[in-house]
Ligand binder design. Structure first.
Ligand code: ZN
Length: 351
């Protein structure tokens, strides 16, 4: 039996194979077992499509004192701002190398811009890439370059990574810690949400702080999506979502891709790969209980995080599916999580 086909909410594979800070290139098609995703392992694991992020690295994440909005003082992993003068040329360089790779392998991998193209790839065993920006430091705050990026294939963006920029404030890394740290969207951030709605670019609330999340949810006309987050009730990381955030996502018809990173899934918050897949399944079951199956998906964070050792890489996805089946998930529920929920959300978002 072929593996269950999966559309995955988030990976950092482009950032690995096309390092933004230099001009080296590898290829998804032939990666010799390096990292978490390549064509051979994707086919073995059923990874038919995914959101492929461009992420611009900044300085090291450093432990610094912060104050949460409830007045709690604590230490959190913080990151400096990244300037557009650095981020724009780095982004363009990744896009150029990505285009060159796609041109070399038109029958095997494709950048998809519409739901029809995505469905075609899923039906014809073509690996589908959805282009995502994880933090938009490359954009002018006046958004004069957003349309050009849309024309190059951009169909999804998260306003911030876990740092601040002209548009919003990302949540610093801390455990145990609330995501309610810092202020909401800036005026440019609100404009970004409206412009993405106009163009049909999906908005991702992963890495966004609590107030920014609520501002985005109030402004957007599209379903609210978290491409790679966990449940704060299961693992109290600042990167995970609170129950009232799940309720907002459900009420907008949105979706949460469950993150696999052990530091965001283990109840003790430890970055220990010796972690059973049941820990990921616990987040999925919690989200299904809170929101219903139609709002739950996968958001691996492949090539950007520490995977549970029993999963390994994308070839191990069927092992997670088996764990869920063992917990009583029906074929219909598995298909909803794996692909169908995403298609519904993208149908309602892209145009
Ligand atoms: Zn991320």
């Amino acid at each position: 039996m072929p593996p269950l086909q999966i559309l995955d909410g988030h990976n950092d594979t482009l950032t690995r194979i096309f390092p933004p800070a230099d001009d080296t290139s590898a290829s998804i098609v032939d990666r010799d077992g390096d990292g978490h995703i390549d064509l051979v392992r994707a086919r073995r694991g059923g990874l038919g499509a995914g959101f492929y992020a461009i992420f611009i690295p900044g300085g090291e994440v450093e432990s610094r004192p912060i104050t949460a909005n409830d007045g709690t003082h604590l230490e959190a992993g913080c990151s400096d701002v990244v300037l557009r003068t650095q981020a724009r040329p780095m982004t363009d360089s990744v896009l150029d190398r990505m285009d060159a790779m796609l041109e070399q392998h038109p029958d095997e991998i494709r950048l998809v811009r519409t739901v029809d193209e995505l469905r075609y790839c899923l039906d014809h065993d073509v690996m589908a890439l959805i282009l995502h920006y994880e933090g938009v430091e490359m954009l002018e705050p006046s958004l004069t370059d957003l349309e050009a990026d849309y024309a190059r294939g951009l169909r999804s963006l998260g306003p911030v990574w876990s740092r601040s920029n002209a548009f919003a404030h990302g949540v610093p890394f801390a455990f145990p810690c609330t995501p309610d740290i810092g202020p909401g969207l800036t005026e440019a951030g609100t404009d970004l949400v409206r412009r993405c709605n106009d163009l049909g670019i999906m908005l991702d609330v992963s890495h966004l702080n609590y107030r920014g999340f609520m501002d985005l949810a109030e402004t957007t006309t599209a379903p609210v999506v978290a491409t790679h987050c966990g449940a704060h009730a299961v693992c109290a990381s600042s990167r995970n979502l609170l129950d009232d955030q799940f309720d907002v996502i459900r009420d907008t018809g949105g979706i949460v891709g469950a993150n696999f990173h052990v530091g965001f899934t283990r109840p003790d918050g430890q970055r220990d790969a010796n972690t059973p897949l049941d820990v990921v399944a616990d987040h999925l079951d919690y989200m299904v209980d809170r929101m219903g199956i139609e709002h739950v998906a996968l958001g691996s964070d492949f090539d950007g995080a520490t995977m549970p050792a029993p999963l390994g890489d994308c070839a191990g996805l069927p092992k997670l599916i088996d764990v869920l089946r063992g917990r009583g998930w029906s074929d219909e529920a598995l298909r909803a999580m794996a692909v169908d929920n995403w298609l519904r959300v993208l149908d309602a978002t892209w145009h």
